[in-house]
Design a protein around this ligand. Sequence first.
Ligand SMILES: N[C@@H](CCC(=O)N[C@@H](CS)C(=O)NCC(=O)O)C(=O)O
Length: 227
Amino acid sequence: MGSSSSKSGKLVLYYDERSAPCRAVLLTAAALNIKLKLKRLDLLAKETLNPDFVKINPQHCLPTLKDGDFVLWESRAILQYLVNQYGKADNTLYPLDPKKRALVDARLNFDAGYFNPRLGAFMNKFAVEKVSDEESVKKLGEALDLLNTFLEGNEWVACETATIADISLAAGVSNLELFEQCGLKNYPNVVKWLQNCKKNLKGYDDANQKGIDALHAGIQKLMASEN
Ligand SMILES: N[C@@H](CCC(=O)N[C@@H](CS)C(=O)NCC(=O)O)C(=O)O
């Protein structure tokens, strides 16, 4: 496991700050004191389809990390790699203890396989298609309810301290502060945890809130548009 952030000078992140998985990488880099060379691709302008980027990542998704010749996409894999490669051996963001790490992995998989698809479907209905859709609210509510249950009596989603599972989930859940329809306030443990994330995740304002604000501006513009 790497120990120094000086080795990270060659790290390039292709990102758009409006994307939650990109913000999860920015938050993790902030937590680890890693400097990233940022290359912004505008998702709305479909810049991920630029042939130069498709050569780097044929799946053309953000975030994409380049560490020298090594290229990696899938945000949660990037978070794991950053901690493994650049975190201190005794880091708590992605603990080495097999049981603790398994719980972090379980929550990351919950995020990728359960929460995020529902978040995506919900946001698509309200922000992109501009329709009110009970089904996507219900499905998202089921995911928030589970997260609320995981947080019952717990400050963080997997361990006693914040981990990359909190970072990954917080980046997505914080999108929901923009949508009253999702009823985030009905999940008190989630609300409290998100406030904790805001207070305790290093660089939250810069790494996450700025992107949320940009997303908000984009959604408002979309809402105001004709079609
Ligand atoms: N599971 C992936 C999702 C990546 C993803 O869907 N990224 C979107 C932005 S949030 C994207 O790049 N879309 C543009 C494209 O696929 O060309 C992750 O967590 O990194």
